[in-house]
Design a protein around this ligand. Structure first.
Ligand SMILES: [Zn+2]
Length: 309
């Protein structure tokens, strides 16, 4: 029923839609705010960018809105995280947008995962029978700044292909972003260096790329499998393991219920740290570089407080 209402509402708005690229700028829509930030870095004032999912939402489960269909209808380019992160919500919206440019495989569709380092690639037969929402490897790859760099580069190539007259501008913007990112990475590495090998637990498997990049050791997850809510037996095992390994920090994404993390905290003494995995996850996190600034500050402050090492 809700789905039908959405379609009717979308059809009404589409009837009044403007043609794409009205102001001479490329109209870019991204699945997430992280991708929107990277697109802005490269596209500058030659593009208009809008993200669909908000950074404080679980990117696997985003409630579709009629306005998303309108945005997609007007877009010249859609940038998706890929690896099936958005499979639960984006493909039907692309269909309903009636925009042939954005269909997967078309020139206006960029899968940002194609040129990045992907962790947790599955071996053997891929199945969703266990409820795993990461069937094609871990889709939270943007939490390694070098993957952010690779995505920005892929966006630069794509924008230059769609708007060849602006290619020198996009190349200069990318080079500037690359320089600022490299400088920030040096700073982040210095801040994180004392905590190499620190054992942590995370709610969802959002942080393998972040942990890999900054030398953290993720020893367990509050979810038994990605996308599957905590179960009493898994929680008990996790508590034992955390006590055995002396884990003092649990990272929880802002969109998860704190009931289980809080109860694990009471049992183990580990600190619950709500940490945003995306741009827009907190109001101070307004762009891709600030995402790492914010998270690393938060994490280092918590590590110092609990005296973890
Ligand atoms: Zn996930």
């Amino acid at each position: 029923m809700r789905h039908r209402c959405l379609l009717v509402a979308a059809a009404l708005v589409l009837a009044a839609a403007r043609p794409a690229g009205a102001a001479g700028k490329l109209n870019v829509v991204t699945a997430t705010e992280d991708l929107a930030s990277l697109a802005r870095e490269v596209g500058g004032d030659r593009i208009d960018v809008e993200a669909l999912a908000r950074g404080y939402q679980d990117p696997h489960f985003v409630e579709p809105k009629p306005s998303f269909i309108l945005k997609l209808n007007r877009a010249d380019l859609l940038i998706a995280v890929g690896r099936e992160l958005e499979i639960g919500w984006l493909p039907p919206l692309i269909n309903q947008s009636r925009n042939s440019k954005l269909q997967p495989g078309a020139a206006g569709y960029l899968d940002a995962s194609l040129t990045v380092k992907i962790l947790e690639l599955p071996t053997g037969q891929i199945t969703r029978a266990m409820g795993d929402v990461h069937p094609l490897g871990n889709p939270h790859y943007w939490l390694d700044p070098d993957n952010g760099r690779r995505v920005a580069q892929a966006i630069q190539k794509k924008l230059s292909e769609l708007s060849p007259n602006d290619s020198a501008y996009f190349a200069a913007r990318y080079a500037d972003f690359d320089k600022r990112l490299a400088a920030a990475e040096k700073r982040w590495d210095v801040e994180m260096a004392p905590y190499k090998g620190l054992k942590i637990v995370t709610y969802h498997r959002s942080w393998p790329n972040f942990a890999d990049r900054f030398g953290l050791d993720v020893v367990g997850y509050i979810e038994p499998r990605p996308g599957i809510p905590p179960s009493p037996s898994h929680t008990l095992e996790l508590i034992q393991e955390m006590k055995r390994q002396g884990v003092k920090i649990m990272l929880v994404e802002p969109y998860f219920d704190l009931k289980t993390p809080d109860s694990i905290s009471r049992d183990t003494g580990a600190r619950v740290l709500v940490m945003a995995p995306s741009v827009g996850g907190e109001k101070e996190i307004t762009d891709y570089l600030k995402l790492f600034d914010y998270d690393i500050n938060l994490l280092v402050a918590a590590i110092k407080q609990v005296g973890a090492k």
